[in-house]
Design a protein around this ligand. Structure first.
Ligand code: 1HA
Length: 270
């Protein structure tokens, strides 16, 4: 599969294949642990994906075949967060998690090897996960002095159920791809050498669907869980659709033409 670079970064690769964008952590020497810079670069790439109307689906992955992501880079963990070049400690991966959930396009985690700690949470918040048979999943927080009580706890529990989510966090065990499939944590397991091809095939299926229907569905799934922020996303899509209508355009045109709007011709549906 031919991937064309979209933009050069230091710690991630960002490329596209038709309507598919791929954001891949490129720190295989530390199992793709992330620093504040890695996360900032992923946030910038996500923003580009959001604004590009030719991108319909985003794939998250890690380079090297041995790890998707092993979470926050413990060697740059300082007092209060992960420390970047500007010496400011950050937990900016939480912003990235929110972006994955709110971008109105499906995000697929393509997991080879380790998806651990904050790296596990990243795959959890993606819309879909396709795992290679060498994938290993788990949380480590209580081992290494951390926890993610946000989506990492509550959304995980929505995905695998309360009992299993508590087991994952309280025991910090690691689960293989088949166990992950059995608990509904991943959508599909394939041999490692079929991982990218299968993921791209899923993306092509998605790209043939109505983008507005997908957008409405993603925000609908979120709305139930995300309170006012979830309703804001869903309602934003309702506004988008309304703006496409003649009825809404009549309001705008009347204002610009300095006349009273005439909404009388529009039906009052039952
Ligand atoms: O909890 C949060 C957050 C919570 C709230 C808000 C924000 C958060 C942001 C982040 C996080 C977290 O991610 S906390 C959890 C951090 N991650 C971990 O605890 C996983 C650490 N890694 C491991 O347990 C293991 O490396 C492994 C089970 C994934 C793989 O084991 P394996 O195959 O034995 O490989 P290993 O030899 O351990 O790793 C290879 C190299 O990668 C090692 O370096 P080397 O000795 O070759 O120099 C290893 O140190 C390095 N490495 C792996 N993971 C990390 C890492 N270096 C830094 N940070 C890592 N996370």
């Amino acid at each position: 599969i031919e991937w064309t670079p979209i933009k050069e970064f230091k710690e991630i690769l960002f490329s596209q294949h038709g309507g598919i964008a791929k954001i891949s952590i490129n720190r295989p020497q530390v199992h793709n642990a992330f620093t504040p810079l890695t996360v900032d670069e992923m946030i910038e790439a996500m923003d580009i994906c959001r604004n590009r109307t030719d991108i319909g689906v985003i794939v998250f992955s890690g380079e090297g075949g041995k790890a998707f992501c092993s979470g926050g880079d413990q060697s740059v963990r300082g007092h209060g967060g992960y420390v970047g070049e500007n010496a400011v400690p950050r937990l900016n991966v939480l912003d990235l998690q929110k972006m994955i959930r709110s971008i109105p396009k499906p995000v697929i985690a393509m997991v080879a090897g380790w998806a651990i700690g904050g790296g596990h949470v990243l795959h959890v918040v993606c819309d879909l996960t396709i795992a290679a048979d060498n994938a290993r999943f788990g949380q480590t927080g209580p081992n290494v002095g951390s926890f993610d009580g946000g989506f990492g706890a509550s959304y995980l529990a929505r995905v695998v159920g309360q009992k299993k989510a508590r087991e994952i966090w309280f025991l910090c065990d690691q689960y293989d791809a088949q166990e992950a499939l059995a608990m509904g944590l991943v959508n599909k397991v394939v041999p490692l050498d079929k991982l990218e091809e299968t993921t791209v095939a899923w993306c092509h299926k998605i790209l043939q669907k109505s983008p507005l229907a997908l957008r409405m569905l993603k925000s609908s799934f979120n709305a139930e869980l995300d309170g006012q922020a979830g309703i804001q996303e869903l309602a934003g899509n309702a506004t988008l659709l309304y703006y496409l209508s003649e009825e809404a355009k009549e309001g705008k045109n009347a204002f610009l033409e300095k006349r009273q709007p005439d909404f009388s011709k529009f039906p009052k549906f039952p």
